[in-house]
Design a protein around this ligand. Structure first.
Ligand SMILES: [Ca+2]
Ligand SMILES: [Ca+2]
Length: 352
C-alpha cells in the first residue's frame, strides 16, 4: 500500500544511470511526484516545438453558452440580488470571478442599481439584460485577465505533428513505465503544452467527467467528439521550467474526508488565483519535475476506471513573476474495458 511521503525507486531500462524517485504526495487523490523526470534538454525541446507549432489562447466558455446558462442566483430567495449573489451569478454564467469592488463599479458605470442600495431588485434586473452584462464583463476582463477562470496559451502535440519526434516517443515509453499502463493506452492519450504569462492561472476544475453522466454522455471523448464525456483516468503533468514566483498546482481538497461542492462554490474557493494559499496541497513548479494523479477511483468490480475522484479538484495558481510552461498528458481510456484491460495484461506479461 502507498503512504504519503514514501519514496520508491524506479529503474529505467533506457540506459539512464540513476533510477527515478517516485514520492507519494497524497492518497485522496492518489498522487505522486518524480523530480528530474525530464532533462533540461527535453524540457527545452518541448518549449521549442510548442512555439514552432504555435500556441493559441486557451478557450473558456463561449458567449453563446454563457447566455444559455445565465441564471440569477438569488440563493436566499428574497427576490433581491445581493453583491455576493451577483458575484456568483457572473461566475456561474461566464466563468469570471469578480470581487465586490468590480460589482460596485459595474453598478456605478451602468446605472444597473438604479436606487443605489447595493442590490438588484426585480424591476432593476429587467433594465439590464444578461447580454448587456456579458458585454460589460467581457470588456472588463480584457484588461484584467486574472479575473477569468483561466488565462493561458496552449498547443496540442499529437502523433500527426510529432510522430517523427523521437524525444516525444521515448517520453511515452517512460510514462508507460511509471504508470504501469500499456504503451497502447499512453499512445492514444493527448499531450498538451501550456504557457502561463504573468497573471496566468487556471481556477479549480476536474480533468475528467463524472461517470454518473454515462446515460447523457455514453461515449468516452478522444479529441473533440461531441456528446461524449472525458475519461481521463490519470493526468501526468510535467513542469518544463522553473517559475520565478507563483504558478503552484493546487489541490484544494486533497486528503479531505468529504468534498462539499456547495460550500466550495458559495465561498468562491474555486478561485485559486486569489485563494491559492488555502489549498490543502500545493506543488511547486520545478524544471523537469513530473506529478501524476488519478482523476478516477478504481471500480471494485472491473478493477478499472470508476467514478470521478472528487478529491482530485485542482487548479493552477497565478504566476506572479516570470513565465510557466507545463506539459499535460491526459491518459484517456475507453468504455471498452475489456480491450483496455487486455492491453494492460500484455504489458504485465512482458515485465515478468
Ligand atoms: Ca437574494
Ligand atoms: Ca437596487
Amino acid at each position: 500500500m502507498f503512504k504519503v511521503g514514501d519514496v520508491k525507486e524506479i529503474a529505467l531500462d533506457d540506459g539512464s544511470v540513476k533510477p527515478l524517485k517516485m514520492k507519494t504526495l497524497s492518497l485522496k487523490p492518489l498522487m505522486f511526484e518524480i523530480p528530474n523526470f525530464l532533462s533540461a534538454d527535453e524540457c527545452a525541446h518541448y518549449i521549442k516545438v510548442a512555439k514552432e507549432v504555435g500556441l493559441e489562447e486557451s478557450l473558456t466558455i463561449s458567449p453563446e453558452i454563457a447566455l444559455q446558462r445565465f441564471r440569477l442566483m438569488d440563493i436566499n430567495q428574497d427576490k433581491l440580488l445581493s453583491m455576493e449573489e451577483m458575484m456568483l451569478t457572473i461566475q456561474g454564467a461566464m466563468d469570471v470571478f469578480l470581487d465586490k469592488e468590480d460589482v460596485l463599479k459595474m453598478y456605478n458605470e451602468t446605472n444597473f442599481d438604479q436606487n443605489h442600495d447595493g442590490s438588484i431588485n426585480e424591476e432593476e434586473s429587467k433594465q439590464f439584460t444578461p447580454a448587456d452584462m456579458r458585454t460589460y464583463v467581457e470588456d472588463l476582463v480584457k484588461d484584467s485577465p486574472e479575473k477569468r477562470s483561466r488565462y493561458s496559451e496552449e498547443v496540442w502535440l499529437t502523433d500527426e505533428n510529432s510522430v517523427e519526434d523521437t524525444i516525444f516517443q521515448s517520453l511515452k515509453e517512460r510514462i508507460a513505465k511509471v504508470t504501469q499502463l500499456a504503451p497502447q493506452i499512453i499512445k492514444r492519450s493527448d499531450f498538451q503544452v501550456l504557457k502561463y504569462d504573468i497573471k496566468g492561472h487556471y481556477n479549480v476544475h476536474y480533468d475528467s467527467s463524472q461517470k454518473l453522466n454515462i446515460a447523457k454522455y455514453p461515449c468516452c471523448k478522444h479529441r473533440g467528439e461531441k456528446g461524449c464525456r472525458y475519461c481521463r483516468f490519470m493526468t501526468v503533468m510535467v513542469y518544463l521550467n522553473d517559475v520565478e514566483k507563483g504558478g503552484e498546482t493546487a489541490f484544494i481538497v486533497a486528503g479531505n474526508e468529504t468534498v462539499d461542492h456547495k460550500y466550495i462554490f458559495l465561498n468562491q474557493m474555486t478561485n485559486v488565483y486569489k485563494e491559492c494559499d488555502a489549498a490543502m496541497l500545493k506543488v511547486k513548479p520545478e524544471l523537469g519535475k513530473m506529478v501524476m494523479w488519478y482523476n478516477h477511483l478504481v471500480d471494485q468490480d472491473t478493477n478499472w476506471i470508476g467514478e470521478l475522484d472528487e478529491n482530485s479538484l485542482h487548479g493552477g495558481c497565478g504566476v506572479t513573476k516570470g513565465e510557466k510552461w507545463i506539459g499535460n498528458f491526459w491518459i484517456t481510456v475507453s468504455d471498452e474495458v475489456e480491450k483496455d484491460l487486455d492491453s494492460v495484461v500484455e504489458t504485465t506479461k512482458d515485465e515478468l
